[in-house]
Design a protein around this ligand. Structure first.
Ligand code: NAD
Ligand code: UFG
Length: 340
């Protein structure tokens, strides 16, 4: 298959590009580098030992998309390109709607014009908001709590309407839980801009000495150790989910929604201890106040992905931490350590 990976220089897109390439796909990467380094593409090429085609372009640029698609031969698009910072989306909602919603509409329009009607879309567990019951399955009513989460839900609805209007579309909506870890080679990994918002990148930067200590956002939640609980999924397991979704779309027309998570909830302190074991250092931390907008507990019911896609995650939290530490300890400043 010839597959376009939008946002393929980013964290999840780059790991998925490798897995697609290794599975025999002809991969073309597209990214505007709004949140990724040029060196990520260099690292992908050296890791795959292949001169992976890369197009620097914005998904909102119809002319540029036409240029890419008119090359011909594309079978599918795996669409990661989006802005993803929840807090930032509350400050700059227009930028999020323009990039994530209008950008996706433009991409779909140009795909249709070129007869490409197979898409895997990166949605998020954030569409569920604060569900009443755990684990979360796909029938749980969406209740997005931020402009970011709402952009994902709006695109999901747009995709359903598109498929209703043209039943030739084959669309997989994947709702990811917390993507973490890095490629086992240590050559690529997550490289957040500025101070990380997310737990594991923050802990990894404390371990490597870039940050002084972790603030644990609340220890008075109604959970066994009082800290928040999440479903941490190795990015390679997540990447594999996309391959399974593409296989599924090869056999089925329609719109399909699947959670990608492990089904296991881990507390903030569980993660701190697991990372300490992986890196052999202690992670200084202090208890801080709760972070506004945090849900208490969130973990997936991944049964539907297992039964329909044949997808089961392989890697546990220990492996997540070992792989993340290999990346962070060899690239203390992320891709900033490499020449583009
Ligand atoms: P990322 O920021 O590392 O990757 C996104 C990539 O898309 C970046 O390289 C960025 O430069 C590119 N991009 C953004 N807007 C673009 C545009 N208009 N045109 C071209 N390229 C553009 O983020 P990620 O963590 O790899 O997330 C990938 C996808 O998964 C996103 O859609 C995100 O919303 C979704 N998601 C991520 C998580 C997570 O835990 N990381 C969880 C749920 C959903
Ligand atoms: N946490 C801390 N200290 C930190 C960072 C996080 O204690 O410095 C805690 C949070 O309070 C939470 C847990 O660690 O209990 C996980 O927080 P993250 O910020 O890593 O992840 P979230 O679950 O808040 O959100 C992430 C992405 C969303 C995505 C969601 C999917 O940021 O975009 O996972 O489940 F939608």
């Amino acid at each position: 298959m010839k597959t376009l990976v939008t946002g393929g220089a980013g964290y999840i897109g780059s790991h998925t590009a490798i897995e697609l390439h290794d599975a025999g796909h002809e991969v073309v990467i597209l990214d505007n580098h709004s949140n990724s380094a040029r060196a990520a593409v260099t690292a992908l090429r050296s890791l795959t030992r292949h001169d992976l085609p890369f197009v620097e372009c914005d998904i909102r640029d119809a002319t540029a998309l036409d240029g890419v698609f008119s090359e011909g031969g594309f079978d599918a698009v795996v669409h990661f390109a989006a802005l993803k910072a929840v807090g930032e989306s509350t400050v700059e909602p227009l930028r999020y709607y323009d990039n994530n919603v209008a950008g996706t509409a433009r991409l779909l329009d140009r795909m249709a014009a070129h007869g490409i009607k197979t898409l895997v879309f990166s949605s998020s567990a954030a569409v569920y908001g604060n569900p009443a019951a755990m684990p979360i399955n796909e029938t749980c009513p969406p209740d997005p709590q931020s402009p970011y989460a709402r952009t994902k839900l709006i695109v999901e609805e747009l995709l359903r309407e598109l498929q209703a209007a043209d039943p030739d579309w084959r669309i997989s909506i994947l709702r990811y839980f917390n993507a973490v870890g890095a490629h086992a080679s240590g050559a690529i990994g997550e490289d957040p801009c500025g101070v990380p918002n997310n737990l594991l990148p923050f802990i990894a930067q404390v371990a490597v000495g870039r940050l002084e200590r972790l603030s644990v956002f609340g220890d008075d939640y109604p959970t066994p150790d009082g800290t928040g609980i999440r479903d941490y999924l190795h990015v390679i397991d997540l990447a594999q989910g996309h391959l399974k979704a593409l296989d599924y779309l090869g056999r089925n027309k329609g719109v399909f929604v699947h959670n990608l998570g492990t089904g296991k909830g881990r507390s903030v302190l569980d993660v701190v201890r697991a990372f300490e074991r992986a890196c052999g250092r202690s992670i200084p931390h202090r208890i801080a106040g709760r972070r506004a907008g945090d849900v208490v507990v969130s973990y997936a019911d991944p049964t539907k992905a297992r039964d329909e896609l044949g997808w089961t995650p392989k890697y546990d939290l220990a492996r997540i931490c070992t792989d993340l530490w290999r990346w962070q300890s060899t690239h203390p400043h992320g891709f900033g350590d490499q020449k583009a």
